[in-house]
Structures are given as C-alpha cells and as structure tokens.
Design a protein around this ligand. Structure first.
Ligand code: CUA
Length: 334
C-alpha cells in the first residue's frame, strides 16, 4: 500500500511537470479562427493525457528498478504471480471508457468546427501549380492574397485544375485538400486581426514548397476599403494593356516560375525576352515574338527552351485579349 501511494504521488507530480513543460514549449502558433478554439481545447486535453500516460509508465518502471532491485546478499528468484481477474477487469474497463469519451469529444469538436453560418461570405479558391487564386464573386474581384473580414465566416469553395493541393493556414488550424474534378468546401471564421500565410501542404511538384500566399485578416471597414481599391485597380481600357497584363500574370501565378529581373526560378525569365532570339532544346533558334509567346502559354510543350525541362508548365486557356495583355506586359520588360 505504501508503494502504491508513493507511486501515485510521483505520477501526479511528473504529470504536472511534463504538462507544464509541453505547454511552455508553445507547440502551436496563435489560434486565429473560431475553429481553432475547439481544436486547441481538444489538443490541450490530448497533452494532459499524454503527460499522464507518460508518467504512468515511467514512474512505476523507474520506481521498481530502484526500490525492488536485488540487494546485497539476496539470493534466488522473486515471487511468481499468474492471473488477476480484478486487475484485468480494471485495465479493460478504464481504456474502454477513455476511448468512448475521446470519441465523443472528437465528434463534438468536429461538429463545432464544421458549423455552417448561412451568412458566410463566399470566396472561390483555385489552387494550381504553383500558386493560389482567390475570386470574390460578390465583389467581382480576383487576387492572389486572401483578405478576410474579422468575425465573419468565410466559405472557401476550392478547386484545382491540375493535381492535388491542400489549403493550410496553421493559425486557423483547419486544413482541406483541393482535389481536381470536385469542389471542396472549407469554412472558417477569423477572429484575430493579422497577417498569416496559406501554405500548400500536399506535395504537388517542383515548386510545391514555394506555393504560399498571404492571408490578411482586417476589420469589416478595412475590408470594404480593400475591395474598392482592388476594383479601382482593374484598367478599363480597350486593346492590349500592360497593366492589365501584369494583373492577369499575377492572378495566374506566373511569377512563381518566371522572374522579371533576369533571375531563373523554374522557367525562363521574361526580362529582355520579347523580340530576343531563343534557342530551343532541339537546337533551332526562334524569335520570341507574339506568336511564340502565345503558343508557349497555350501549349507550353510545343517548343521547349534549351536548358529547361519539358512538362514543367501547365497549359493555360486564356482569351486572345488576355494573352495580348500579357504580351504587352512582357514587352515592357526590356
Ligand atoms: Cu500545391 Cu503543394
């Protein structure tokens, strides 16, 4: 009995110390969404359980090694036991109860994190190799940064035209794969103002690790101001327009692979590209004119530039006007 009491005492002390240690390390970044609250609550309970189970194993093991070791002058073997019905009932019933309670808490938290607000703002998310595009159908704007008003649920309708990506903002805790051929929904309610980053958490090709986009949570007022500013940025000129071209390039994530300053990221730089002579993988030399640029956007594998891999770029289906805008933009990069 004395040994059991000492063990219980040590288990409680060690559990508290381990939990305090894990808590002090700060395993999670700030919880910035309403969904994070329930998930962090569950995570905290897991930490307590981990601290307790760790102590439950380590304390009796260490205690037995020290207290029940063979002392000087002791001979022979220890006493043998076999079977203890009472103990077996206890160590079956307690884990069973624990599993049932954990399952209930998990289901409750999942329900809480998936709760639907009919007033939610819709944002259409396109994840593609290797960038993010955000369409706000209510406002008619498209961007590469996800601006969200605080304390308002947003419904992200996510699609991918190429491979599987995954939307993950650690501060929001929740995560959703984006799968080609279907629309996946993720609902979240930002509750902390601030700047975060959405990362792609599904290995999706050569620039997967650079597939980040800013996520900014602002007040409702600042959000409306941002919407107005974005609307004003769209040039309403007729004919090819370099500014509009730059916007289209930004929205389609071209800068993830093509630089405008001569540096090589994944594909050739656009700096000084227009009108220059380009050597192809098969040794021929072509001029980078309108026709070549258009073909390279619509059908990137038609002509592979020497030194670059084939099949690295997905083909884009843009309108003739949009392509003219992009070429107009590339022309300015001399
Ligand atoms: Cu997209 Cu990884």
């Amino acid at each position: 009995m004395r040994h059991i009491l000492i063990n219980l005492f040590l288990i409680i002390i060690l559990s508290v110390l381990v939990y305090m240690g894990l808590d002090a390390v700060g395993l999670l970044p700030v919880g910035a969404s309403a969904q994070a609250e329930t998930i962090d609550w569950l995570f905290n309970i897991e930490l307590i359980a981990i601290a307790f189970l760790f102590s439950l194993i380590v304390v009796p093991t260490a205690y037995s090694l020290v207290v029940f070791r063979r002392k000087k002058g002791e001979e022979g073997e220890g006493e043998h036991f076999s079977g203890n019905t009472k103990l077996e009932i206890i160590w079956t019933a307690i884990p069973l109860l624990a599993v049932v309670v954990l399952a209930y808490m998990g289901a409750w938290s999942l329900g809480d994190a998936l709760r639907v607000d009919p007033q939610a703002m819709v944002v259409e998310v396109t994840a593609f190799q290797w960038a993010w595009k955000f369409d706000y159908p209510d406002y008619g704007i498209t961007t590469n940064e996800l601006y969200l008003p605080v304390d308002k649920q947003v419904e992200l309708k996510m699609e991918s035209p190429d491979v599987i990506h995954s939307f993950w903002v650690p501060e929001f805790r929740i995560k959703q794969d984006v799968v080609p051929g279907q629309v996946n929904i993720l609902r979240l309610t930002p509750i902390e103002l601030g700047a975060y980053t959405v990362r792609c958490s599904e290995l999706c090709g050569i620039s997967h690790s650079y597939m980040n986009a800013p996520v900014v949570v602002v007040t409702e007022e600042d959000f409306q101001a941002w919407v107005e500013q974005k609307k004003a940025e769209i040039p309403d000129t007729v004919g090819p327009d370099a500014n509009r071209g730059e916007l289209i390039v930004e929205q389609n994530g071209c800068f993830a692979c093509h630089s405008v300053d001569g540096s090589i990221i994944v594909g050739p730089s656009w700096s000084g590209l227009y009108g220059s002579d380009v050597e192809l993988a098969d040794g021929t030399v072509v001029t980078a004119d309108d026709a070549f640029l258009k073909e390279s956007i619509m059908d990137p594998n038609a002509k592979i530039v020497a030194g670059y891999p084939a099949n690295a770029m997905p083909s884009y289906s843009l309108s003739d006007e949009e392509i003219a805008d992009i070429i107009e933009f590339i022309k300015t990069l001399q």
